[in-house]
Write a protein that binds this ligand. Sequence first.
Ligand code: PDD
Length: 263
Amino acid sequence: MYVFLNDMLVPEPEARVSVYDHGFLYGDGVYETMRAYGGIVFMLDEHIGRLGRSAGFIKLNIPERDFIRATVYKTIAANKLSDAYIRITVSRGKGPVGLDPELCGETTYVVIAREFSPYPKSYYRDGTKLILAKTRRNLIGAINPKIKSLNFLNNILARIEAKERGAHEAIMLNAEGLIAEGTVSNLFFVREGVLCTPSEETGILDGITRGIIISLAKRNGIDLEEGMFRPADLLSATEVFFTNTTSEVMPVSRVDDVKYGIG
Ligand code: PDD
């Protein structure tokens, strides 16, 4: 496999990043995950836009949009991929230890791509099991969840809880106990015929798949509420699903001990 590293494609074993890279030392950087269908990257401009917004939050310079576009397609072509998983990572780069971003010279820019391995069909047919995690989502005023950063420990802690309890995904509440989002996904549920999803103010990533679902709901006249919800609101839901780039729309058959029908 080939990896795009900084300014060129290199074979994967040669794609090495310094142990002094601040992405490695401090999680100082941002990333995006994308999917290609038949060689076309879905919502590429939206993903580049969000990468830019994440980078803006942490005052990180990222390459120009055209460069990113071109390198994504070069990486797909070099690996002869059609249905692919693609990830762009930009870190602060190599520098001496210390938190000051100015210690680093050039940012590190990486594009990796591999064939997309789909989730089991049974997940879509029978639904998935979710838990409500004890780990709370990062505060907007601490590490804003809108930043898709390399610092993913908050999500990893909740994912460990999910794994320990045999679940596919964990729902995280914010500090006030309102439903926020999954560890790598946004949550939707249907209650009294209304499609509900936590509003951005709860402190979530503005998922690109979430945005598509919201615009499809609006276009199709489906009642939608982007709101503030508590776990009790999930009890009266008739349908639950989560969304992200890799899973698309994934039905949920259980949250903790509560069962749901598959829509
Ligand atoms: N994760 N919320 C979080 C915390 C996420 O990490 C993601 C995406 C989403 C959904 O966003 P989108 O619809 O744009 O994929 C919501 C990706 C898949 C990842 O981390 O690889």
